[in-house]
Design a protein around this ligand. Structure first.
Ligand SMILES: NC(=O)c1ccc[n+]([C@@H]2O[C@H](COP(=O)([O-])OP(=O)(O)OC[C@H]3O[C@@H](n4cnc5c(N)ncnc54)[C@H](OP(=O)(O)O)[C@@H]3O)[C@@H](O)[C@H]2O)c1
Length: 187
């Protein structure tokens, strides 16, 4: 967040935690008070961990952390922000899922379970339920992209995987949104 602010000083940032319902409610209060005209919610927060099911370490609470952040997070964010978005003449929700919804990666078994329900949440029920509103629903499913998310994985784990540059992925994503391509699959 601090690096984003350093690179783009004109952006405003708020620190929050999508796995904490109270933090989402507080974020909503701050954002709508300071930026009442905001009209696009991009659910981009996510983590991806290498998990070995044979590993005896780790707790029952921690094993589902990806579900809390990657899946429950966007569902709660939509619940919290939808009433506000519906007041706008044009608005959009962008749910960032993953190409791994289609081609699972065995070393990240919990992560792989999270994007597919978001895909289901995004194109079907949510879009159908919002069809008579001004809120568009996009699903963005990036392929492996050169961000910090991949930093935790060693080169052996990523062998044979082609990795997209962030700027190329974002270019495709923005064009998709500008042209109302509701299911955007860069790469
Ligand atoms: N990179 C890929 O290959 C790839 C491929 C397909 C899909 N995706 C998806 O793209 C999205 C963005 O990931 P990325 O590649 O840009 O990874 P990244 O560089 O690791 O960024 C992840 C972002 O999520 C935020 N975040 C993590 N936990 C959070 C929480 N509990 N509450 C709020 N924010 C939280 C992080 O904030 P902090 O920096 O403050 O921790 C960070 O800004 C994710 O949903 C990921 O699953 C990535």
């Amino acid at each position: 967040m601090d690096r984003a602010k350093a690179a783009f000083p004109q952006i405003h940032t708020f620190r929050s935690d999508v796995s904490d319902p109270k933090a989402i409610a507080s974020l909503y209060e701050q954002v709508t008070e300071q930026f009442p005209e905001f009209s696009i919610l991009i659910n981009n927060a996510g983590i991806m961990r290498e998990i070995n099911v044979h590993d005896k370490a780790g707790s029952l609470e921690d094993i589902t952390r990806e579900i809390e952040i990657n899946l429950s997070g966007p569902i709660r964010m939509v619940k919290q922000f939808l009433t506000h978005l519906k007041t706008k003449s044009q608005a959009a929700i962008v749910n960032v899922s993953s190409g791994l919804a289609f081609v699972p990666l065995p070393i990240s078994p919990v992560y792989c379970a999270t994007p597919s329900p978001v895909c289901i949440h995004s194109p079907s029920p949510l879009r159908v339920q919002l069809k008579n509103t001004k809120v568009k629903v996009f699903e963005l499913a990036p392929p492996a992209t050169q961000t910090e998310l991949l930093g935790a994985f060693n080169s052996e784990d990523r062998k044979g995987v082609s990795v997209m540059k962030v700027e190329d992925m974002v270019r495709v994503a923005v064009k998709g949104m500008q042209t109302d391509r509701f299911e955007i699959r860069p790469g």
